[in-house]
Ligand binder design. Structure first.
Ligand code: BEZ
Length: 239
């Protein structure tokens, strides 16, 4: 019989700034204790609707191909779907043996893929969105920082494959904001100007408009400064 999530079970979900809900899980890489096993590093916990489906397959090939790039940014990947361990193993073997996507083939998924047949973890993380599906997780992406705090969440519907360049960009932007105490404007990428924190007093507002050496102020509340790409990458990426 199909197991359906009730409305109350799926309404709770972590929010930005919350501690990432804890769980123990069985994965394709052995048991994990989440997020404790990842303290000191960033982790992206993401869900997909089902094994052996085409959009998910394209996503796993893409993410596995980028895994070392995320690891270099001190970030681990953890996947999840409401499938069992043997389905996961069979699917990942098929991906490696048979599927080519965007010129990527023979790809081995080395990051853990959680089995969540009970839906316990999917419910804890609000990955079940009953209007979309009562039995399959939507494409959720949780960015969790080295202290175990949820820092960003992105949701996509079942039919929409994720943009992994954006996921990487968001990770690097948050790490840059933390490391340099700045914010990042729309479409920011390393090397682009960053936003300095807003003036908190009339005096600072005045100073910002008169001292134009370091800052480029469009107005007192909107000031940017240069931040060298190499400086960003040196600070953030493992050598
Ligand atoms: C897919 O991954 O292809 C997929 C999964 C569930 C619904 C629609 C598409």
């Amino acid at each position: 019989m199909e197991t359906l999530a009730t409305e109350t079970e799926v309404t709770s979900m972590p929010r930005i700034g919350d501690e990432a809900p804890k769980f123990k899980a069985v994965t394709t890489q052995g048991d994990i204790n989440f997020p404790d096993d990842y303290k000191g590093e960033w982790v992206i916990l993401f869900s997909h609707p089902a094994d052996f489906t085409p959009v998910c397959t394209s996503e796993f090939i893409t993410f596995a191909n980028l895994e070392s790039k995320f690891n270099k940014a001190n970030c681990k990947l953890v996947g999840l779907s409401i499938d069992g361990l043997y389905s996961h193993i069979a699917w990942l073997r098929t991906i490696k043996d048979k599927i080519e996507f965007n010129g990527i083939k023979n790809i081995e998924v080395k990051f853990p893929l959680i089995e969540d047949i009970s839906m316990e973890i999917a419910k804890k993380y609000g990955m079940l969105q009953p209007g979309e599906s009562k039995t399959q997780a939507v494409r959720a992406v949780f960015f969790i920082d080295p202290k175990g705090t949820v820092r960003a969440i992105i949701y996509y519907p079942l039919s929409l494959g994720r943009n992994f360049d954006e996921i990487y960009r968001a990770l690097i932007a948050m790490q840059t904001a933390d490391a340099f105490n700045v914010a990042t404007p729309a479409d920011w990428n390393p090397g682009d100007d960053v936003i300095v924190s807003p003036a908190g007093s009339c005096g600072v507002a005045e100073e910002r408009m008169t001292n134009t050496d370091e800052l480029d102020c469009k107005d007192w509340f909107f000031c940017t400064k240069k931040l060298d790409k190499d400086e960003v990458l040196k600070k953030i990426l493992k050598s």
